[in-house]
Design a binder for this molecule. Structure first.
Ligand SMILES: Nc1ncnc2c1ncn2[C@@H]1O[C@H](COP(=O)(O)OP(=O)(O)OP(=O)(O)O)[C@@H](O)[C@H]1O
Length: 312
């Protein structure tokens, strides 16, 4: 038997957006499916709104909205009819027309699911997960394959769900969305949670994934010279010309490095077109963790941080 999850210990709270990140195969979908009761766990414990999801009755199921990665939609159904059918299973559903309008589903309301584009299917699957006014929603890559406009719509919709007090657990590979939406992030690797916290906490923890400086000027400059031994082999800084005239300086930059750089430029009469200093973002941290994971045989053990609040 293959062990897929081996160290997932996390809590998702109502009124918060919990984002689960990880490379392909890290265990995100399996975590969601165990939390939903769709996959039987071999050990460990899971509570969904205080109950065991594997023993969910109709009452518990009516409080949970699920958007599966593969949609799980019947191919011969038509979107609006399908949503009306799903709404009919709940005592107080959302108005179907309003939800369909919000997600732009009316434009393809009577096309069979099998003929819809990937992004259109995604929107129907999201609507189906929300129509029953759930207290908790699980969204497995809700923005995958969406055009920028639909992606923005989905982000705004998810923010609205948080305002309504729902507990939202989502996975995504879109780290901009994750950074914008997440109250708490858990990064999974080889079936374990390796990092947990708010985006700010995760960035603060990874001092090794540091500030980046980018500079645009004439091509072919030996910019490393400006930093002397700091940018030499084995030094703390890495200088590269990513494309002609676009330079990046990565590493633990300190104020004297900025003085050295501007003095070097001034001495040569070079005025950069752009000069930008920014901190590492979630994508930088994610890539660093993925790179470490690829080189390490065993991932480090860590567990999700318990947070206060009403657990979903
Ligand atoms: N029932 C199963 N039997 C055997 N292996 C499985 C089973 N379910 C999942 N796996 C394996 O477990 C690992 C985690 O799968 P999972 O679908 O949870 O990953 P994921 O993080 O959601 O990936 P992706 O980003 O590609 O969706 C994968 O290597 C997958 O092949």
């Amino acid at each position: 038997m293959k062990r897929v999850l081996a160290g997932v210990d996390l809590t998702a709270n109502l009124g918060e957006i919990t984002v689960i990140l990880g490379v392909n195969g890290a265990g995100k979908t399996t975590t969601l499916e165990c939390a939903q009761g769709l996959q039987k766990r071999t050990e460990g414990s899971v509570r969904l709104l205080g109950r065991d999801p594997e023993k969910a009755d109709a009452e518990l199921r009516s409080k949970v909205g699920i958007m599966l990665q593969e949609g799980g939609l019947p191919p011969s159904a038509r979107p609006l009819a399908l949503l009306r059918h799903v709404a009919g299973m709940y005592t107080d559903p959302r108005p179907v027309d309003e939800l369909a309008e919000r997600l732009g589903i009316h434009e393809f309301a009577s096309t069979t699911i099998r003929r819809l584009s990937g992004g259109q299917k995604q929107r129907v699957a999201l609507a189906a997960a929300l129509v029953g006014r759930p207290e908790v929603v699980f969204l497995d890559e809700p923005s995958a394959g969406l055009d920028p406009q639909s992606r923005q719509l989905v982000v705004e919709l998810i923010e609205g769900l948080r305002r309504d007090g729902l507990g939202i657990v989502l996975t995504t590979h879109l780290l901009d969305d994750a950074e914008r939406l997440a109250d708490v992030v858990h990064i999974l690797d080889h079936g374990r949670v390796v990092t947990s916290g708010t985006v700010a906490e995760i960035l603060a923890e990874r001092r090794d994934v540091q500030t980046r400086l980018t500079l645009r000027a004439q091509p072919g400059l030996d910019l490393a010279e400006a930093f002397g031994t700091r940018a030499a082999d084995g030094g703390q800084l890495t200088v590269s010309e990513a494309s002609a005239g676009l330079y990046t300086v990565d590493g633990e930059l300190a104020p004297p490095d900025l003085v050295a750089l501007t003095s070097w430029l001034a001495a040569r009469g070079i005025m950069p077109e752009t000069l930008e200093l920014g901190r590492a973002n979630l994508q930088d941290v994610f890539l660093a963790i993925a790179a470490e994971s690829a080189t390490a045989d065993a991932a480090p053990q860590a567990s999700g941080r318990a947070r206060t609040g009403r657990a979903a």
